[in-house]
Design a protein around this ligand. Structure first.
Ligand SMILES: *Cc1c(COP(=O)(O)O)cnc(C)c1O
Length: 403
């Protein structure tokens, strides 16, 4: 069987995790702090905060910005549930908008969705391909859009406009005008979940790249407290002999990353740019070469003049098929012992969001992409030979279903 995306775990990973265990420091400590520094260097951002998931990072930052009841957060209809669920956790309203043919949020649709209640836009770099951040960043700075913005928290007043909080769960390592994902907007959040390009088993990171009204270092320090029970001193500071007294300054969260997770992340990051990304790109190129001569397939965009993907998902599309045919083709692929997937079932098709009144009919392009999409296996140890097996399985399955 060819699996979909097993993690890359080898001796080096195991040795580093063992070293963390043997060090006696297993919760947030020196390895987490080192990973934060290395990520900040890699992404060229002032500060990075590592947490236990991307979901935690997104929610933490919505709360940091004071998003609550009556507020609206614009997100694509085509994404994973985490993007929208965190908005509901804050008692705010997710405002879904349609996507373009590259799977990313439509800037035109964002424009039409902005109201005086809009507090945040959460673009998602689907499959690792960066959204058009020049467009989105300049949109939120336009005078008439600024004029609509109603600030009702300290940080909202300071920023004076809609916050762009990127769900960069897929896009670590991706580039936009030669700048790395993480540095493309105010705040970006990576996921290090087991199936993501760079993993810590479970984990995530918040990249702070706030404009000059903010001191990113101060915000980082505050967020360390906010993500750990509002406790004025973390475990590492408290371990200093005699330094036992602490205060609780707010009802913070329990979102911290452990050094065991960070140990995995340090190994992953060290070999990410020049090894993991190189191999993923090779696999993408092999798929492209394998499908581009066949008129029935649509190759996902993973590079253009200004953008480079992180090669997270190879979202193949098939022309002129409906959802049921796509499902049948997947069945025939599974019969050939190849694991494929669909990214994503649009949120307006999920019970929770249907019951809240969202309808997939309002997002025609999202539905069009979803119903013709199949994600193919991409992982470090996928051999060229197995890439060819995947291509053959897809082509044969297509022929079996569509004569
Ligand atoms: C994986 C994923 C998340 C959530 O990441 P976690 O680290 O599991 O919380 C959020 N958004 C998208 C688009 C994802 O694919």
């Amino acid at each position: 069987m060819i699996p979909f995306s097993p993690p890359r775990i080898d001796e080096e990973t195991i040795n580093e995790v063992t070293a963390a265990l043997k060090s006696g420091w297993i919760t947030t400590g020196p390895r987490t702090k080192l990973l934060e520094q290395k990520l900040a260097e890699y992404c060229q951002v002032p500060n990075v905060l590592c947490l236990n998931s991307a979901t935690a990072g997104l929610e933490l930052m919505l709360r940091w910005f004071g998003v609550g009841e009556g507020d609206e957060v614009i997100i694509p209809a085509y994404t994973y549930a985490a993007t929208a669920n965190v908005v509901l956790h804050c008692h705010a309203k997710p405002v879904f908008v349609d996507v373009d043919d590259d799977f990313n949020i439509s800037v035109e649709a964002i424009k039409n969705a902005i109201t005086e209640n809009t507090k945040v836009i959460m673009p998602v770099d689907i499959a690792g391909f960066p959204c058009d951040y020049n467009e989105i960043n300049s949109l939120v700075r336009q005078d008439e859009i600024r004029a609509k913005f109603r600030a009702n928290s300290e940080n909202q007043k300071k920023l004076g406009r809609i916050l762009v909080l990127a769900d960069a769960a897929h896009s670590i390592g991706a580039e936009y005008f030669s700048k790395k994902s993480g540095s493309l907007t105010d705040i970006s959040v990576f996921s290090f979940h087991a199936v993501k390009n760079l993993t810590t088993a479970e984990g995530g990171a918040v990249c702070l790249n706030l404009p000059k009204e903010f001191d990113n270092e101060d915000e980082y320090k505050h967020l360390c407290i906010k993500s750990l029970h509002g406790q004025s001193k973390d475990a590492l500071a408290k371990i200093k002999l005699g330094n036992w007294r602490y205060d609780i300054v707010e009802a913070g969260y329990k979102f911290n990353m452990t050094d065991i997770q960070a140990a995995i992340g340090l190994v992953e990051l060290k070999r990410y740019e020049n090894d993991m990304l190189v191999r993923r790109k090779e696999i993408f190129e092999l798929y492209k070469a394998g499908f581009q001569e066949n008129e029935h397939f649509i190759i996902p965009k993973f590079e253009d003049e200004n953008r480079k993907s992180s090669y997270h998902l190879f979202a193949l599309r098939i022309k002129d098929i409906n959802e049921a045919q796509r499902d049948e083709i997947m069945e025939k692929i599974f019969e050939r012992k190849v694991a494929v997937n669909v990214h994503f079932i649009p949120l307006p098709m999920m019970s929770l969001y249907k019951n809240l009144g969202y309808k997939i009919e309002d997002y025609p392009n999202t539905y069009k992409l979803y119903s013709s999409e199949i994600s193919l296996p991409v992982y470090y140890n996928l051999s060229n030979e197995n890439v060819q097996r995947v291509i053959n399985a897809v082509v044969e399955a297509y022929q079996e279903v569509i004569q």
